[in-house]
Design a protein around this ligand. Sequence first.
Ligand code: PLP
Ligand code: SF4
Length: 477
Amino acid sequence: MDTQLKTIGRGPAAAGPDDPIKHIKPSVDPSTLHHRQLLDGAFWQRIPAYREVTEAQFLDHQWQAKNTITNPAKLLAAVQDLVPQAFIDDVSEGFHRSPMSIRVSPYLLSLIDWADPYNDPLRRQFVPVASKLLPDHPKLTLDSLHEQADAPVPGLTHRYPDKALFLALDTCPVYCRFCTRSYAVGVDTDEVEKVSLKATEERWERAFRYIAERPELEDIVVSGGDSYQLKARQLTLIGNRLLEMPNIRRIRFATKGPAVMPMKLITDTEWVDALAAVVEKGRKLHKEVVLHTHFNHPNEITAITKRALDIVFERGIIVRNQCVLQRGVNDSIATMQLLVKRLGHCQVHPYYVYVHDLVKGVEDLRTTLQTALDIEKAVRGTTAGFHTPTFVVDAPGGGGKRVAHSFEHYDRATGISVFAAPSVKPGFFLYFDPVDTLAPDIQARWASPTEQEVMVEAAIAQARANMDATASASSVR
Ligand SMILES: *Cc1c(COP(=O)(O)O)cnc(C)c1O
Ligand code: SF4
């Protein structure tokens, strides 16, 4: 105490308001503030089909929906001579082999660099090309997250104790190649016949009844498909039905919309008003209603996005982002840092970064778990803690989301990581790094079903040994 007082007493005289500021930190390179520079102007007019499209047209969500690209012929008609025929052929074959239907908004199409379509991060997410596809991991199944197995009524997944996932409908404003719900979302493709989750009030009513009968449920994720596709009237109905239940405390409407068609938030005032009314009603009932969205790359955030999100912010609606880590899209430190900062600039909270689910037809987009660990380390510390996403693995088999760092064992050679989820489900949950990233001798082992089992059993045995060792040293019970 005494010494502290003396130190303060001997300190320099307090500086006056006009004295020069002493900068201890070196000044920043302006390029580190790049997240504030958003693409502006009539960027869509670079696309031949949109050369004459005015700003008023481009901002009209109905024009966006009507001009959405759903097949290679429409893509060619839009981009015309910007790409060689060989690329279009590659896309046609890619469409044919994809488990997902194709849907690309004019907004997204305009943000793709068609001079370099193979490397463009947005093209990679939405437009499949056959020449880059890799064989699926041998351990992959179509509904790898067991959403259907954990569904008491169709379209309602109740896995965690106090929260449930309500799949209100099966369409989206765009279709992502990498969709985890390719078992249901979109129309049937050459590869997959979908489970039907139509937006019928009859099906919803069964889901509402289940939710009302489970007092432990407090938190509902309304997803799909995509909440953007709900009519204003439907959004109001779902929001009000859930808010009326005494057990429900939190609702999240999940939509990729702001990332792929932000103009809807500017021009579809009926939809925004409906959402704002549910949020407002929730606030009066002391219940939280928020929007969860899905930006994956900083290029998806333009001056239009900022305008759209400013409207949402002014209406007092909280927005959080769930991102998927993807090879060649956002699997670099610089890209992820830029995305996180740019989301923060638009008042969107980066909530999760998912290690890519084991999904059919997207092996070229998956990364290793190690990539997630490395990027997480570099992102943490760059901005506010509440803007720092948690990197998670949604463990195949229904273990739910686990923090990427929390594996019980990770064999980097075989690419097998083992997770436990004691509050969700007993047993072990395994994630598998993409085979093509592993050493050639290990790739050869993955080609043999017997060797696969040997590797999996060894990883589980090691996880069990690690857990036994920590349990005996731990005082937590
Ligand atoms: C992701 C998910 C939730 C919500 O989980 P949070 O970690 O709270 O975001 C709920 N139910 C299911 C089935 C999910 O996959
Ligand atoms: S928006 Fe979401 S649900 Fe729809 S296709 Fe993309 S990932 Fe799937």
